[in-house]
Design a protein around this ligand. Structure first.
Ligand SMILES: *Cc1c(COP(=O)(O)O)cnc(C)c1O
Length: 391
């Protein structure tokens, strides 16, 4: 109306979603007088996760990082053992095993899903391989039939059975051949960090599928004590019995998280709707060869955790990211491959060793995707990307 158009409102990369009952649940925890861990809300969250993921047992943790550290302790890896993980992942996947003194062996990813490639893992198995940790990138399941078979037999050159761990930080309420992710490995780790689908600020859970690990997991979780057994009346003394740490979250955290779990279906539906809206809006650019959209294999039912595009090369990616930033749209990339990070280099890894990881990490761009993202804002993102290629 004759006025200068103002700068468009910022579209953040992520915005934490509040389901509604979080503060009410926290007030219930406060009124109950039980604020430390392993109370009513911890048990409610664990029961929900066991039903949802099919894990034999779930233990809430303060983070997915903590759950991965518990998985590393439970897998029994130590100095002299090798653990195979993707290089294209968050640092916590690596740190958990590095903290135990195990040697990290980085495998490459498949160019279609960006998930750890079974063929690359098979090539890296040696008699020292004790564990494999897969990461279900963007909530799309890894090739679990292949990984399960590989770890069961130990693969070519292995000493015996290999512990299979799932970093399911992205993968809550996602499925491989209709079986929930997190239920395939001996152990799995979930994240409720504010950037994930269901959140409690910081938060996580360990899923245990090998029932022989449950008792030890509870001990490690409770600072190396038999506190859980003591409270169940299974032992007459509460004492130090094994390695452990303070892995369990406060009831204030699980009270918050349970409100999110109660809305899980709706949260997942909304994220999937946003994901599909981008897919529809950007399909023509993929047909024109300007970019590539995520590939979802037939076995996968994903959870709308992340929407990314792959550009031709790193300079196009960086130029598009800047183009969006100038229009107040926050798009980001990850991961700096772990094998070319300062830590990876100090372990003897070099650029060029994992070509697919290096290539994809330079070409990926993640678009804003969160519960409250409106169709109008998605239209702005899609329009800005189209404008970049038209201009
Ligand atoms: C977020 C994330 C983690 C760590 O989760 P926290 O809950 O923040 O500790 C681990 N692995 C992957 C793949 C992640 O995306």
């Amino acid at each position: 109306m004759g006025l200068e158009p103002s700068a468009p409102a910022p579209i953040p990369f992520n915005k934490p979603f509040i389901a509604g009952k979080e503060l009410y649940n926290i007030s219930q925890a406060v009124l109950s007088g039980h604020l430390a861990g392993n109370g009513v809300f911890t048990k409610k969250c664990q029961a929900w996760l066991e039903t949802q993921t099919g894990c034999a047992k779930a233990l809430m943790t303060a983070s997915c990082t903590g759950a991965l550290e518990m998985a590393a302790i439970l897998s029994g890896v130590g100095p002299g053992d090798e653990v195979i993980i993707p290089s294209f992942t968050f640092v916590s996947t690596a740190n958990a095993f590095h903290l135990r003194g195990a040697k990290l062996v980085f495998a490459d990813i498949a160019p279609d899903t960006l998930n750890i490639d079974p063929a690359s893992v098979a090539e890296r198995i040696t008699p020292a391989t004790k564990a494999v940790c897969v990461v279900h990138y963007a909530g799309v399941g890894c090739e679990m039939d292949e990984f399960t078979a590989l770890c069961e037999t130990g693969g070519k050159g292995a000493r015996g059975r290999i512990t299979l761990i799932e970093d399911a930080a992205h993968a809550i309420c996602a499925y491989y051949n209709d079986k929930p992710l997190g239920s395939f490995g001996d152990l799995s780790a979930f994240s409720f960090h504010e950037t994930k689908n269901f959140i409690s600020g910081e938060g996580g859970a360990l899923g245990i599928n090998d029932p022989t690990l449950i008792e030890r997991a509870e001990i490690i979780w409770e600072k190396g004590t038999n506190r859980s057994q003591f409270f169940r009346g299974l032992t007459d003394k509460y004492t130090w019995v094994d390695t452990g740490s303070s892995f369990l979250p406060s009831e204030l955290i699980t009270a918050f998280l349970y409100a999110q779990f109660e809305q899980a279906g709706e949260i997942t539906r909304r994220r999937l709707a946003g994901w599909r809206y981008y897919q529809e809006g950007l399909r023509a650019l993929e047909k024109a060869g300007d970019l590539r959209l995520p590939f979802i294999p037939a076995h996968s039912r994903h959870n709308g955790h992340m929407f990314y595009i792959l550009l031709q090369d790193v300079s196009t990616r960086d130029a598009l990211m800047e183009h969006l930033r100038q229009r107040n749209i926050m798009a980001v990339f990850h991961y700096v491959p772990l094998h070319t990070s300062p830590m990876g280099l100090s372990m003897g890894y070099r650029e060029g060793m994992l070509p697919v990881t290096e290539d994809m990490s330079g070409r990926i761009l993640r678009l804003p995707l969160f519960y409250d993202l409106s169709a109008e804002d998605q239209d702005r993102v899609i329009g800005a990307i189209r404008g970049f290629f038209a201009g």
